[in-house]
Design a protein around this ligand. Structure first.
Ligand SMILES: [Zn+2]
Length: 179
């Protein structure tokens, strides 16, 4: 009689499914707005010399145009400062959101954190904003077969428990394959 190896990749819907927070980063758009505000200010400032020369040469309408121009520069400078402040705030909020994601990953039960890992494949939730699940959201792969945990993190008790769960899961698959 042929012994049937249990299917290791069978989908188990009864697992405690933990929804990790999604990162919706604010900084990229805020940076684009800051850059656009800076470009607009620079463009206005580039016209100041010509407009001042026109006024000084008594060109018709040039004095009023220069006054409007200087007011527009003032407004553009204010917008740039606002965009700069918003960008700083976006970076702070993104950092807090990333920390919440790291905290959520690190609070997972080790077996569910490394769910899906095989001898050659990363955990189901590895990648993207999650980084490597074994490292608890730090962006470098620590799969035991692809370099493992860097020494700097080897004393971290959460990372140790995730790594132990990963090694255990891979070993269990190898044992059932060798049966
Ligand atoms: Zn990984």
């Amino acid at each position: 009689m042929i012994a049937m190896a249990p299917a290791v990749d069978e989908i188990d819907d009864d697992d405690d499914f933990v929804e990790l927070p999604k990162l919706d980063l604010l900084a990229p758009a805020a940076l684009a707005q800051k850059d656009a505000a800076a470009a607009k200010l620079a463009e206005l400032e580039a016209a100041t010399g010509r407009m001042t020369l026109d006024r000084n040469n008594g060109k018709a309408g040039a004095a009023a145009a220069l006054r409007d121009h200087l007011a527009a520069i003032e407004a553009a400078r204010t917008e740039f400062q606002l965009a700069e402040a918003a960008y700083g705030e976006a970076l702070e909020q993104d950092g807090a959101a990333r920390q919440r994601l790291i905290d959520a990953i690190r609070s997972l039960d080790p077996d569910s954190a490394v769910e899906g890992i095989t001898a050659t494949k990363c955990c189901d939730d590895c990648g993207g904003d999650n980084g490597c699940m074994i490292l608890g959201g730090i962006g470098r792969c620590a799969h035991p077969g692809k370099g493992g945990v860097p020494p700097a993190y080897s004393q971290d008790p959460v990372i140790r428990s995730f790594r132990t769960a990963a090694v255990k899961a891979i070993r269990a698959q190898e044992e059932s394959a060798n049966d």
